[in-house]
Write a protein that binds this ligand. Structure first.
Ligand code: PSU
Ligand code: MN
Length: 315
């Protein structure tokens, strides 16, 4: 169904109904499906993440551009086609309007999904890990557009932290410079995607979905624009410990360097390389952490839909 949008835009029936009736909605990105995970694990992940969001009382809105139309919520056939496709574009802020204008099919990154979600009035978004500052960024300037998007677009992004293939201390510094709150859920230490530990203290910590909702509502009330990053540690039973991951990440980074991989190809290459080094274990952990993030994102969306408690100063 296309409404009176000034560009090609379509909502799934489920999402349209939820937005019209004020039900909680959680946005989901699609680059993780096309460029982040291999077939058929990617489809299994996409479907089960949607189901988890429904079980928690919210509605999932997977976002992608299909033949030039921005879809907020994908029907199952679209999800299958996207998961199978080998030539979908990786669409970030720079390419979103290009894909729409030129009739392309593309999967949205964290940055592009945030833009689409904010346009649609969706406040919460679940992913695996955000993009950030790559190792060696002091030479090649490879810093994900996800960071700039968090600074200006008012969406709560629930992740397992920045992907551990990144330079996490530099990623945190950039987020701090841009004024993006980084909140770890239920722990003092920032997680590192596949691992619960990063060796870094989290700038902020909150322990419930209600507190996260209250924090974001207060930011809005105070007219502090932009989004926030929630870092949700992967469940212990499914993590790959940090010491082990560091060895694999180091090996993958060396291979990327020796093959001269650059630009948009870096993140997908490293994820695929780590998948093969760990013989698929990294994928199981990746799926587990996305599911865990979907659950928390749905809880936050439900909490945001509740009336705000009024707060006043004590005399
Ligand atoms: N999280 C995952 N797998 C992924 C990504 C995130 O678990 O594939 C994607 C996201 O879409 C993120 C993108 O926005 O990688 C970052 O790419 P880059 O570093 O090129 O900005
Ligand atoms: Mn990049």
């Amino acid at each position: 169904m296309t409404n009176a949008s000034p560009f090609p835009l379509s909502y799934s029936a489920e999402v349209r109904d939820a937005l019209d009736t004020g039900k909680p909605v959680v946005a989901l990105e699609s680059t993780i499906i096309t460029h982040g995970m291999p077939w058929p694990g990617n489809l299994e992940m996409a479907r089960s993440v949607e189901d988890i969001i429904r079980q928690q009382g919210a509605v999932p809105a997977t976002i992608a551009v299909i033949e030039g139309c921005l879809h907020i919520g994908l029907e199952d056939e679209m999800l299958v086609a996207l998961a199978k496709s080998k030539d979908a574009m990786k669409v970030s802020r720079a390419d979103l309007a290009f894909a729409v204008a030129m009739g392309k099919t593309g999967a949205t990154t964290v940055a592009a999904t945030m833009i689409a979600a904010a346009n649609a009035g969706i406040d919460v978004f679940a992913t695996g890990g955000i993009g950030g500052v790559h190792h060696g960024a002091e030479n090649d300037f490879d810093i994900s557009a996800d960071l700039g998007e968090l600074a200006c677009t008012p969406v709560i992004v629930v992740s397992a932290g920045a992907k551990a293939i990144l330079d996490i201390p530099k990623t945190l510094e950039v987020l701090e410079t841009k004024g993006v709150p980084v909140v770890t859920f239920g722990a003092a230490e920032l997680p590192a995607f596949w691992s619960r530990q990063s060796g870094l203290e989290s700038p902020l910590r909150l322990d419930s979905a209600e507190e996260i909702a209250r924090f974001q509502k207060t930011r809005e009330a105070m007219k502090i624009g932009g989004g926030m990053l929630i870092a949700n540690p992967v469940p212990e039973a499914e993590e790959i410990p940090r010491a082990e991951m560091q060895t694999h990440i180091h090996a993958a980074l060396e291979t990327a360097k020796s093959r001269g991989i650059t630009g948009k190809a870096v993140t997908p290459f490293l994820l695929a390389e780590i998948f093969s080094i760990t013989q698929g274990r990294s994928l199981s952990t990746n799926i587990a952490l996305v599911k865990n993030n979907a659950r928390l994102a749905a809880d936050i969306a439900v909490a945001l839909a509740l009336p705000t408690l009024s707060m006043s100063c004590l005399d």
